[in-house]
Design a protein around this ligand. Sequence first.
Ligand code: NOJ
Length: 471
Amino acid sequence: MADFGYDVADYCTIDPIFGTMQDFDRLLEEAHRRSLKVILDFVPNHTSDQHPWFLDSRSSRESPKRDWYLWRDEPNNWMSNFGGSGWEWDEPTAQYYYHSFLKEQPDLNWRNPAVRIAMYDALRFWLERGVDGFRVDVMWLLIKDNQFRDNPPNPDYPPGQSSGNRLLTLYNANRPEVHVVVAEMRTVVDSYPGRVLIGEIYLPVKELMAYYGQDLKGANLPFNFLLLQSAWNAEAVAQVISEYMNVLPARAWPNWVLGNHDNARIATRVGVQQAQVAAMLLFTLPGTLTMYYGEEIGMTNVPITPEDVQDPAEKNQPGIGMGRDPERTPMPWNGSRLAGFTDGRPWLPLGADHATVNVEALEQDRNSILHLYRKLIALRRKHPALIDGEMRSVAADQNLLRYERVDGDERFLVLLNLGHSSVQAATEIGIVIVAAGSYREGERVDNLVEVKGSEALLIKIERSSTRRADS
Ligand code: NOJ
């Protein structure tokens, strides 16, 4: 738990603090009974320094597992993503080992075929048990330069940022050989029907697309984090959407993410009012969406005092905004003192607003963000146009972002006001089927519609104006 589960000491069991293998099997069974899928987080880039492989590897230079990790006589300039040098001196065997994250998370040597076999066996172990797929941790970091060349300086490094960003990660990330590994993982996953391979990848969009693989035999879903990094205005978001859709390989399945456990919550980034607009965006974009727990109640980051800090990223480099605790606080189920989350002391504090921002309270309010999420989930099930319909006419005008989703005769117009003042939008004859930030569901529209600040409308077009003009 040096990095809260991202330091695995045994790939084929459940840590007792989370329960037993029986608990896991039951979780899987009960989820499947409810038609839910269970995807595991697979962490192949590094193990825990407590893993028997690493204990063996560091025991002597002659260990058969020595080459399972990255050992060198001299360090190069590669940094750790949590700041400082990525190399740790091991006194007993007088060499350095590389760690992309904490020194308690030594990196595996993915050039070693024995490592690959062992890790694919771990995948099979869980696939056999019935899991529906994997989210692969830091997929783009798996293989490093075999000559261990020094990284060049990052010309855009703003002082005050994590020292992990001081250099460009030319030689310790996104190496061409990584695609062979991803394709191998996909082969393992594909040998079981109906499973999915998702990759955690923070790269510019063109490089990201390579992770779909040759003939789409890479990751089914290389996570698309563009919206996590985009400015929140109509023009920037329109550009992100167009850019992504334009370079998406033919027949590749798109995906979108607004938040995760490593980034500030969406309601904090864009504001509580705009969180509903963001929800409308997420659910009307093509492909698969990923929700982070708490987004459905508009949860915001919880400020963490220095005494409450858990995250090693914050402890390593305090006070420069590296901490991820604020987006990892307990889910508030109700307004009671401990929010129905625990009877004990939660590992991170609850938000000050949990008396009102909680599932039970928002259930009571038909116009709450929680009900909006429910509506949107149901709507996607009902209207395939929202999932795999064509994405048309993406445009930004002042604060208004608009696009259409079209599948055969079914046509939806999406109008999102990313600002705080009203805008006029052209429309065709249709009916508002979802309104976020207002009570306009069921309203008929024609020609021009006013979209208020922080309002979002999903309009089902009944017939197009051109046809109307013809008739
Ligand atoms: C990415 C994970 O999302 C993050 O939480 C973790 O700290 C690093 N990988 C290291 O595994």
